[in-house]
Design a protein around this ligand. Structure first.
Ligand code: CA
Length: 227
């Protein structure tokens, strides 16, 4: 998924971004409330990881509950993008304030990466209104938790980015996703965007799954074949 990380601690942010990328996510990273608010006003994200102790703007000191301001602004304008609050302290007050301000979940630092990834999947799933974790479409089965894909029961090995493209298509079967929408799922701002990336991954997926599974609509985008 495409993740916005709002975290002023460079060491935590750096290792988190690396781990999330390895798990196949596109991560955009900002360091303060102003940059986070601006990013959310202009781009669409699948999920926000929000540190609570944040500076309001670059060069300012972090405020203990600065992140709550971003969350209130976001919810105030009716934006329901899922938010997981990351709080440095295990203070009950912080967690309650985060949830009251509209967070979908929280984690206290330090946390296990596996737990964060599981909570990200759970929150994204709830947001999409689905109870079951596994995506199924026309003989394809994709499990975001185990990252396993099968086609008519046979395992299919995909790279992280091939998986991300297929997951995006399977989350909205029948919808046509544009190249830009799929690129969003693959890249954060810091990544070099290869102009041909999406067609290349679609080509690789077709080689592995069969040419007819992913259909193109010329000039519009890609969609999954009807079952
Ligand atoms: Ca912080």
């Amino acid at each position: 998924m495409r993740v916005l990380m709002v975290e002023d601690d460079r060491m935590i942010g750096d290792s988190l971004r690396q781990a999330l990328r390895l798990d196949g996510h596109a991560v955009d990273w900002v360091y303060d409330v102003a940059a986070g608010t601006a990013a959310l006003a202009t781009e669409r994200f699948d999920l926000v990881l929000l540190d609570l102790g944040l500076p309001d703007a670059p060069g300012q000191p972090a405020r203990p509950a600065g992140g709550l301001g971003l969350l209130r602004t976001l919810r105030g304008r009716g934006d329901a993008t899922p938010v997981i609050v990351l709080t440095a302290r295990d203070a009950l007050g912080d967690r309650v304030a985060g949830l009251d301000a509209g967070a979908d979940d929280y984690l206290s630092k330090p946390f296990e990466l596996d737990e964060l990834l599981a909570r990200m999947r759970a929150v994204a799933r709830r947001h999409l209104g689905r109870a079951d974790t596994v995506l199924e479409h026309a003989g394809l089965r994709l499990d975001p938790a185990t990252r396993q894909v099968t086609q008519h029961g046979a395992p299919v090995l995909l790279s992280a980015r091939e998986f991300a493209v297929l997951e995006a298509l399977m989350q909205r079967p029948g919808a046509v996703l544009s190249r830009a929408q799929l690129e969003d799922r693959l890249y954060g701002w810091g990544d070099a965007v290869e102009s041909n990336a999406v067609p290349v991954y679609v080509h690789q997926l077709r080689k592995k799954l069969g040419a007819e599974v992913i259909q193109s609509m010329r000039g519009v985008g890609y969609f999954l074949r009807k079952p």
